[in-house]
Design a protein. Sequence first.
Length: 455
Amino acid sequence: MQPVLTVAEMQAVDAAAAATTALDVLVERAGTAVALAAIDLLVGAYGRRVVLICGKGNNGADGRVAARLLARRGARVVVVAPGEAATIGDTGPPVDLVVDAAFGTGFRGTYDAPEVAQGIPVLAVDIPSGVAGDTGVAAARSLAARRTVTFVAPKPGLLQGDGVRLAGEVEVVDIGLPVGGHRIGLVEDSDIAALLTPRSPSGNKWSAAVAVVAGSPGMTGASAMCARAAYRAGAGMVRLGVPGGDLAALPATEAVGVPLPAEGWGAAASTAADRCRSVVVGPGLGRAPGTGDEVRQLLAAVTVPIVVDADGLHALGRVDDSPLVAGATVVLTPHDGEYERLVGAAPGPDRVAAARHLAAVTGAVALLKGPTTAVADPSGKVLLACAGTTALASAGTGDVLSGVIGAFLARGVPPLDAAALAAHLHGRAGALGHRTGLVAGDLPELVARVLDVLA
């Protein structure tokens, strides 16, 4: 996992570095990285006109080093202070690049960036000025960068909130500072192979078996999709129980059907899961009275990790009013609306804080779905998955995600890692599908295709 540093953690890294490395050395390294990024965007520096907005802090110092180096390479450089220019590029000689080095991750207050003429690229230093380093919330007017050069590690504000939209391509530059003490990680492709160990040669279909308790009369599609996703993510056996459902009416699936009564199905479902390594409950389950009691009974009875999704989350109601009692690790997978029902308030722009809150309240691993998916455990550790695409905003894609998480849990991946890896894989699979018209049924095959490459 790539480390992600909060503002406080980055300040601690800087403070520790002060004992061994002079500040001017670090500024020179950072400014050099900015200059190199500028030259790359400009495709050469000679004769190019560059305006650098440089504040009084370290970001401004980085910008002034970059200005010196660009001038040495023949660029026509203009350095302005924040607020000195209301517009850039509308009048006077044409501008080829704006470097935003006004304020860094620790900025507080308000900032109205100058208006930059359309078509002029912006390069941000560490973070677009005015964007909060932890939450990603932007000031009244921040410049949208084509690229952001950030130092040591990404910051949460680049990965969530307005920061995702404003940062553009994020380039992480090593300036010689060790990373330590971080509590947030960003999932990368390489983590799939590192954490998803191959099945043992001596294993069998039960070694990675998943029980899926999902669907209801007339709503069997979600259950079948969840089961198929679990298979495509490496489950050796899927036992599928549909409370009150006619197993003969299920869509074609390799899952083994397990009869469950329409009422009082919690005990039967826990028995059906006896030989399984994980359980998924919720997709298409319906909202019949008493469903919450059955879901909670299942949570208390099973001894393997259990994923609660969709109607299973709805059935739980307010978790701070009625805390979870679970026999094993629970993974909750809400979208924003389900999150609000669980805790009584919308998650807001800070996905990291919201996921941590849900994990702390419930004692579960909390996966908060979104363009940036944040996964937290009760200790406060957070993993971010940023591979998502807007194509995944269609009905049923969450059912596929819960099936993948179930498969990874059954394969022995620890719950926090399993949920985060599944979210990353789900996003990568979505990116391979149709940009318009991707449907959830496409995803299981795409999941398997990505795993063929990454695992």
